[in-house]
Design a protein around this ligand. Structure first.
Ligand SMILES: Cc1cc2nc3c(=O)[nH]c(=O)nc-3n(C[C@H](O)[C@H](O)[C@H](O)COP(=O)(O)OP(=O)(O)OC[C@H]3O[C@@H](n4cnc5c(N)ncnc54)[C@H](O)[C@@H]3O)c2cc1C
Length: 411
């Protein structure tokens, strides 16, 4: 197998999520993230090998790519956490929260907590900029990596982007600025940063805060095609797509070239419940969709993970937070004191089991699903600090076998 073939296995085995880290590490002259033109992964952001790779190149990718390795927070960051749950990991505190500023809360995906914290980090000069994601300038349904230097910049990038997104595509350039910064990104993007910290000392030196969201997975581009077709919207006519926000979850708003804006309910977009969600394969077997590599994780708070149809008009939004580290705790306390964040009730871990049942199932069965993939000769990520063996031991042998067989057959 050539090094290029070894590298391409990550995409062929449907593990790539298009975060862009490989392009940042190896340079565009060797690897480029592009939109796939045809085939099973049509429309996705995937790597293309431009010139031959060395063994060292591929080894570096395998050691850092969040699809071949997933690492949680290092022990020294979580050892003092007063709480640990087998599914949800180590945490300092669980609490409800929302952006104090009404406009930020309204614009936010859920209640604007990540935007409020990003703005606060800049205003309080704790960091020089935030690396996160905004609507893509070239592909209206995609997200795009961005650096925010002001509160207004952070607010302009508010909201979840459910389409393909490569937050780490310019990471090397970002690190070369040699300034302290914070990252707001998906859990898998943060796993990649934990991996890279073993190979690039700038990661721990410069990244002062890591904020994330509980992540069910993004929507494949072909499913976006189906959504647009269902409502007779031509893809080439779309100029902007706002997934949610402006109430919770808020409408999915599609803007077309003729200036028309059409609003859809969150349920029209994602479906009635988890069984209808369309997700990339990698997201279905994600070993850390709950942000174990973060300081703070923000989530939605609907019972059973699905909002009622039409709820957005009535609900201004409330985030639940998993505060994992002392750094996260200190940031939340300071943001509350300085008027950026408002806290609601403390909640217990059962609250997360009730509002995120899909995450619980996934986490419990990831090990069995990985075993099924290995049986089929497929790649699976190495995991560090995610308790997958312990979790599997809590399931009955029959349950594990069923999940293993299911993953084997699907692969
Ligand atoms: C793909 C995806 C799946 C999700 N699945 C779940 C779920 O299963 N359960 C749940 O409780 N919540 C889920 N969420 C999170 C939820 O939608 C909210 O983002 C979260 O509650 C934070 O709300 P907020 O109001 O604080 O965010 P906001 O204040 O609106 O800030 C959102 C921040 O996230 C960044 N961001 C948005 N999209 C992306 C992206 N694709 N990649 C990296 N960074 C991004 C933005 O740059 C922004 O800074 C998901 C979000 C995404 C993007």
């Amino acid at each position: 197998m050539t090094e290029t073939e070894r590298f391409n296995r990550i995409t062929e085995d449907k593990l790539c999520i298009g975060c862009g880290l490989c392009q940042s590490l190896l340079g565009e002259e060797k690897v480029k993230i592009t939109k796939v033109e045809s085939g099973e992964q049509k429309g996705e952001l995937r790597h293309k090998v431009i010139s031959p790779l060395s063994k060292a190149d591929t080894d570096l990718v395998y050691a850092t790519c969040p699809s071949t390795r997933c690492e949680a927070n290092p022990k020294e960051l979580t050892a003092d956490a007063p709480n640990e749950d087998i599914v949800w990991g180590a945490y300092q505190r669980l609490v409800l929260a929302w952006a104090t500023d009404n406009n930020t809360r309204y614009e936010g995906s859920t209640a604007g907590v990540l935007t409020a914290l990003g703005g606060y980090l800049l205003k309080s000069k704790r960091v020089s900029f935030i690396l996160h994601v905004k609507p893509s300038t070239s592909e209206p349904t995609f997200g795009e990596a961005t650096l925010s230097f002001t509160e207004a910049d952070v607010l302009a990038a508010v909201g979840s982007r459910y389409g393909p997104t490569a937050p780490l595509i310019n990471l090397d350039e970002v690190l070369s600025r040699n300034e302290p910064f914070a990252v707001i990104a998906k859990p898998c993007d943060l796993n990649a940063l934990r991996n890279l910290a073993h190979h690039d000392e700038r990661i721990d030196k410069l990244i002062k805060y890591r904020l994330t969201l509980v992540c069910g997975g993004y929507m494949p581009d072909t499913s976006m095609d189906q959504f647009l077709e269902r409502f007779d919207i031509e893809r080439k006519e779309v100029t902007a797509l706002r997934y949610r926000g402006r109430g919770c979850p808020g409408p999915t708003t599609v803007t077309t070239k003729d200036g028309q804006q059409q609003d859809f309910d969150y349920i029209d977009f994602w479906g009635e419940d988890e069984s209808q969600w369309s997700l990339p394969f990698r997201c279905k077997v994600c070993p850390d969709a709950i942000g174990e590599a973060a300081d703070i994780v923000a989530a939605d708070t609907w019972p059973n993970a699905s909002p009622e149809r039409g709820i957005s008009d009535k609900d201004v939004g409330t985030n639940s937070l998993i505060i994992r580290t002392k750094t996260g705790n200190a940031l939340v306390e300071a943001a509350v004191k300085d008027g950026y964040l408002t806290l609601g009730d403390e909640v217990d871990i059962d609250y997360f089991y009730d509002t995120q049942p899909h995450q619980v199932t996934k986490k419990k069965f990831v090990k069995a699903r990985f075993d099924g993939l290995k049986d089929a000769g497929r790649l699976t990520p190495v995991t560090v600090g995610l308790r997958l063996d312990e979790l599997a031991e809590q399931n009955s042998p029959a349950e594990n076998e069923e999940q293993r067989q299911g993953a084997f057959k699907r692969s």
